[in-house]
Every structure is written in structure tokens, then in C-alpha cells.
Design a protein around this ligand. Structure first.
Ligand SMILES: *[C@@H]1O[C@H](CO)[C@@H](O)[C@H](O)[C@H]1NC(C)=O
Ligand SMILES: *[C@@H]1O[C@H](CO)[C@@H](O)[C@H](O)[C@H]1NC(C)=O
Ligand SMILES: *[C@@H]1O[C@H](CO)[C@@H](O)[C@H](O)[C@H]1NC(C)=O
Length: 183
């Protein structure tokens, strides 16, 4: 009997250790393995998990990635407003940044899909979460590459394409997490 009890205790211990390991190491690795830049992904998610923290789950990570996306898009819109003032004399630049602002905005752009992604996560609709994260990406791409394939992309030397690339990497992480949540 005593032997069985200690065996049970050992099993509980093993399960505890392996589940906390899954939450921290293996899941981050298996998520970030699937991204284009492992270290970008790992640095981002690990900053949320934190050292010594156990039991951070996929939903928490997805919410974090959505929050980062929202902040990154909001900052990109601030940059665009600045670029519009700076390039007010160039009709081509003004057109480009005007469309970008619409692509990123609340009304019919990326931020609308950020809110929808958050709602989908809240109600546990992970297939919708994936669709919304993909939609965010489509609007970010439209800003950088133009609305349709025939458009020749505006040659943008500002920081905006770099910001857009980062947003793309973060939404990619949301898509990958949604694949884990909705296999
Ligand atoms: C993915 O992560 C695992 C560890 O979790 C590692 O063993 C494997 O080599 C990684 N695969 C790639 C393609 O990096
Ligand atoms: C990957 O992301 C890191 C930032 O975490 C960056 O320093 C590095 O240049 C990126 N690598 C590539 C190949 O884009
Ligand atoms: C985007 O989010 C990351 C992670 O929070 C942050 O390091 C980076 O400065 C942000 N970039 C912009 C333009 O907001």
C-alpha cells in the first residue's frame, strides 16, 4: 500500500513537471519552429511567459499576440499620419498613405479584424480566429503592396514597411497558435 502511494505521488510529480515543461519550453518551440524567424517569435512569446512562470496557455499567448498587433498597428497609424504631413506636397505619397490609413483603420481595415480576432478568441471560435488573423495580414499587405496585383507598389523608404513586416510576423504567430487550438 505504502509503495503504491509513493508510486502515485511520483506519477503526480512526473505529470506536474512534464505539464509545466509543455507550457513553457515545448510549446514555444513548437510554435516558433513554424515561423519564418524563430528568434523573433521566441523573444516575443518568452517575454510574456517570463522566466519561472508556469502554465501560460495558448489562449493567453494568442491574446498577448493580439494585443501586440493592436499596439503595433496603432503605432504604424501614428507614423502614417506623420508621413502624410511630411509628404503633403507629393500627390503620389499622399494617395499611398491615405489608402494605408484606411487599410489599417477601424472602419474597414486591419484594426476591425483585430477586434474581431479578440472576440473570436473570447468565445473560443478558433477557426474564426485564424480567418481574422489572416484578414489582418491581407490589409497590412494591401497597404505595402497596393490594393490589387496590377498596382505598382509605392517605393516607401520610411520605417513603415519595417513596421508592417513585424506586424506580419506577429499575425503569423496568431495563425500558428490558432492551428494548435483548432487542429
Ligand atoms: C522543433 O522543435 C523541436 C524541439 O521542440 C526540435 O527538436 C526540432 O529540431 C525543431 N525543428 C525545427 C525544424 O527547428
Ligand atoms: C529575426 O528577428 C530578430 C529579432 O528578434 C532580428 O534581429 C533578426 O534580424 C531576424 N532575422 C531575420 C532573418 O529576419
Ligand atoms: C511592436 O511590438 C513589439 C513587441 O511589443 C515592440 O517591441 C515594437 O516596438 C512594436 N513596434 C511598433 C512600431 O509599435
Amino acid at each position: 500500500m505504502a509503495r503504491n502511494l509513493s508510486f502515485a505521488g511520483l506519477m503526480v510529480f512526473v505529470l506536474f513537471v512534464s505539464s509545466s515543461h509543455v507550457a513553457q519550453g515545448v510549446e514555444l518551440d513548437s510554435i516558433c519552429n513554424k515561423t519564418e524567424n524563430y528568434s523573433f517569435c521566441f523573444n516575443l512569446l518568452n517575454s510574456k511567459v517570463g522566466h519561472g512562470t508556469t502554465g501560460v496557455d495558448l489562449v493567453t499567448l494568442a491574446q498577448y499576440a493580439i494585443d501586440v498587433t493592436r499596439v503595433n498597428i496603432t503605432n504604424s497609424m501614428k507614423l502614417i499620419n506623420h508621413l502624410m504631413r511630411k509628404n503633403a506636397n507629393s500627390p503620389e505619397a499622399s494617395d499611398h498613405y491615405y489608402l494605408c490609413l484606411k487599410d489599417l483603420g477601424y472602419e474597414r481595415g486591419a484594426l476591425a479584424h483585430v477586434m474581431a480576432a479578440e472576440e473570436a478568441l473570447k468565445v473560443g471560435d478558433y477557426s474564426l480566429l485564424k480567418i481574422e488573423a489572416t484578414s489582418i495580414q491581407i490589409f497590412i499587405d494591401a497597404c505595402i503592396e497596393g490594393e490589387s496585383p496590377e498596382d505598382s507598389p509605392y517605393h516607401d523608404t520610411s520605417r513603415l514597411p519595417k513596421y508592417a513586416h513585424i506586424i506580419g510576423q506577429v499575425t503569423d504567430i496568431i495563425v500558428i497558435i490558432s492551428n494548435f487550438l483548432y487542429p
